[in-house]
Design a binder for this molecule. Sequence first.
Ligand code: 6R9
Length: 657
Amino acid sequence: MSQPTIESILKEKRTFKPSPEFAHQATISSWEQYQELYQQASDNPTEFWAQLAESELEWFEKWDQVLDWSNPPFAKWFVNGKINISHNCLDRHLTTWRRNKAAIIWEGEPGDSRTLTYAQLHREVCQMANVIKQLGVKKGDRVAIYMPMIPESAIAMLACARIGAVHSVVFGGFSAEALRDRINAAEAKLVITADGGFRKDKTIALKSQVDLAIADNKAPSVDNVLVVERTKEKVQMEAGRDHWWHDLQAGASAHCPAEPMDSEDMLFVLYTSGSTGKPKGVVHTTGGYNLYAHITSKWIFDLKDDDVYWCTADVGWITGHSYIVYGPLSNGATTVMYEGVPRPSNPGCFWDVVEKYGVNIFYTAPTAIRAFIKMGEHHPNARDLSSLRLLGTVGEPINPEAWMWYHKVIGKEKCPIVDTWWQTETGGVMITALPGATPTKPGSATHPFPGIMADIVDLEGNPVGANEGGYLVVKHPWPGMMRTVYGDPDRFCRTYWEHIPPKNGNYLYFAGDGARRDEDGYFWVMGRVDDVINVSGHRLGSMEVESALVSHPAVAEAAVVGKPDDVKGEEICAFVTLEGGFEANEDLANQLKAHVVQEIGAIARPGEIRFTDGMPKTRSGKIMRRLLRSLASGQEIAGDTSTLEDRSVLDKLREGA
Ligand code: 6R9
């Protein structure tokens, strides 16, 4: 009997070719060039990655072996090579004209700003590295970073990397308990934080959360807390334990050679929320991660030396690690960091930043795009966005209608859009357009990056046919892949390598997404397989039904989940937020049901529509359908909710039920 896969019902036909002007100047400039690279990489992956490692990075000592895959699923890349990512992000640029180029352009929420050149950034990183050494941190020790979006968060990451300490960045919005769990899981010796940060015209207190997290010896590994001054609000400083960064910086030497790290030494651990139970500590190591963050940044964002590049993520998310800090800086690019988020007092603040700094490359999340749509196009239209030449999205499947809005209103129909599929676990982007080479289709992440052997299979590991939904897997190791779950190698094997068993001795990496490939070989990510809804034996991915809802003019955002049904097994319950000017009522609910039937067919007709003002989301903007599922079926909410951005949304949803 064939294994259950996922049915696909959405058919999007629009295609957009890169303009000749864009293609002409692009690093990867034609479809033929992409195909050639992809072929080369597939024929001889070790040779492909070795050549790039050699030409793109500086090594203190060369490796003996490119890939050691003798003990799958535990990979080693560039075995015995010696390298330091902070050297590759900083020192190597200082001997070139980039020395005085802007490395980080930072804009604070209240309107203050700061630019750090590569030389200045190097100086501060060296100082912080010396300070944390002085606080007893040694190579291999773990350091928790709990910061607002200020340059010191990047400085702290690079300072850890410089001396070989392992950083664990925790979102500044997480609670004291969530912080404590993450500190304890990694047994961090030092916490680097700030007095507070600015968010939506308020301050958020960070230091007091750190105090709560480590009070009463509840986080016994922590010896010291290093505090950056940001909001200047009063905080408690415990003598001997808490130290102001500006005090220690004043006496710190700006000389600190980068420690030669083994290619496989741990660079960082980053906790992702499991759908249940404890968050997983995703481990990334040095050499392979450096190469992967570097080359994906260079080719996908087509980085050029005079570009101003802006990724709107938070550094507490993998996207901030790879595409605000390590990838762009390794390339010697200018990376923008913004402390604020769109807020009622300034819904157009992102466009102000684009205009002020002449941003050329803009990378954000579908959740943000849907919010921009809801706020109205008069905000972007009132700013000069003519500097933009390339747009990107990450975090969720983008609904085709949101893609079209991004293309028209922000990109003025001239900027290619790279829809980048990847995960904390993959270290960098895996499936994406290359903007000068790949014709794009709204809602499709298009094709795998060269060297990434992605496929779609059934539960036994057999490839499925064109337009058949299945499980998205990667068939060959890649340099940026996670190495293990911190402290729990069995969980690493169980979570990613055992759902789909090895096929002919080949291990298949599977991290939970469903997808299909169309007749042209384009990948369409259909959402998490945990979110698949089974209606009368038809397994439907969340993305396609949601995209159908979002294509209705009244709908700003939609999330669909399954709700137990005696007859059908499950029926679809759709949570919907409306655009301004539409009224939530029975009539509209019926219209929306009919609209879904018309767009994709009767099988996807929602049994229930629930209107809501907001969705429960993670801090990186992902809708937590697991929580909606509990609500829809009237169950108590179970499992980890520490990554929830705004708890009040859940309360409101419960009341509305
Ligand atoms: C980088 C990041 C990973 C999950 C992933 C998938 C979803 C991310 C996507 C996308 C469709 C895209 N996802 N990008 N789905 N299209 N372009 O988001 O990492 O926070 O670990 O989340 O996000 O479901 O499995 P992370």
